[in-house]
Design a protein around this ligand. Sequence first.
Ligand code: URA
Length: 262
Amino acid sequence: MSRPAAEARARARTFLAQTLSAEGNVLMLEHATRDEVVRRLASAGRAAPTKGSVAPGGAAAVEVTNARIAEAPDLEALAQLVASCSRCPLHAARKNAVFGEGAAEARVVCVGEAPGAREDETGRPFVGRAGRLLDRLLMSIGLPRTSVYICNVLKSRPPQNRDPLPEEVAACAPYLVRQLALIQPDVIVAFGAFAARTLLETKSALGRLRGRVHRYSGYPVIVTYHPAALLRNPGWIRPTWEDLQMVRRMLDGADESEARLG
Ligand code: URA
């Protein structure tokens, strides 16, 4: 075959491979990878194609309803739903969903806000600078990272690490609810105002929430500063350590008032 003919055939193959049918419309997207196609469809306000399409992170995109989330039998099944989730627009730009990690029978669940750049790249929670500080804080109360479960309210990174939007939280929170129901921890630690406000359904300032034991669905919740805030304000490390001492005392069998008093 002549070179121009071969090039024409290659162009035709690319053209056909990138022609998608969505809601009855035919879109022709040249020079786009499959993930870019899904992204463009989402940003154009169209439903991303479900059959045969691939969500960022590699899993087939399916509709994930609240009922499916609430019925996920274990963390693995729930993680698969997250990997294929397109319930909010954040899925379109993510490199990886960040489900959470740790022991399924962990006594402590640490809840942060949302993945950052490093977490988005790796698909793992709290692995950047803030994560390394979190590891050290946990070790200071005798909890190696591998002994706890770590996750976030949002499973996809917001652009430029902006605050999560209410609709993003509404779309993603059912995953956290199910994670906590499956793990049934002895203590939940909310790192930062965002996690605390989401779990406790309050608008109170973080300073007003620290220093006592709250309840989420019957589980004790301790609220403390976010590790990223500690990197900016090292003076808050000591009070954070004191909050974590409450966690330690609860794990050691103290009741709520004993845990609070120290
Ligand atoms: N900040 C968070 O809240 N979560 C992470 O996973 C990383 C940084």
